[in-house]
Design a protein around this ligand. Sequence first.
Ligand code: COA
Length: 150
Amino acid sequence: MKIQKLNANEEPPFELLLLADPSRKLVEEYLQRGQCFIGCLNGQIIGVYVLLPTRPDTVELVNVAVDEKHQGKGIGKLLVKHAVQNATELGFKTIEVGTGNSGMGQLALYQKCGYRIIGIDRDFFVRHYNEEIFENGIQVIDMIRLSQDL
Ligand code: COA
């Protein structure tokens, strides 16, 4: 898989981006404020992530997603590691990420890539989403915040 920056003239892979965040409005805002990177295999986009600058020296990894047919093969890990390397090269000092309280796989993935839990944004998903979201049979209510120094 080749990971590259999405060119300004290319259409963002919304189907993939919406796997990670059901709000098209938030995804569009992230794309406008951040840089989108795509993972391509045989001419097809199978993975994506967005790097979103949030504060001086700090960037947030958002919208990490892998095509369902290609999940569980290490691609998510490659994308998360690429994002860390990329943020380092872009000169950021800290990279952050947030995931729902129900995201067992995501919590494992981020910790395996060097992130540590720094806090909980309670009721984030209640405040920012109109509909109730469920994952792994658990309502997504709080956002677990993780970060790593670069
Ligand atoms: N316990 C322990 N480890 C777990 C785990 C669990 N319950 N679930 C996953 N993992 C581990 C895997 O074993 C793997 O680590 P390893 O390589 O050391 O075995 C790692 O987490 C990730 O596996 P990988 O195959 O790289 O992940 P993926 O390609 O399936 O991508 C997502 C992961 C989350 C990006 C993908 O499932 C996805 O697109 N989901 C929908 C969108 C989404 O939820 N995005 C994240 C928003 S916060």
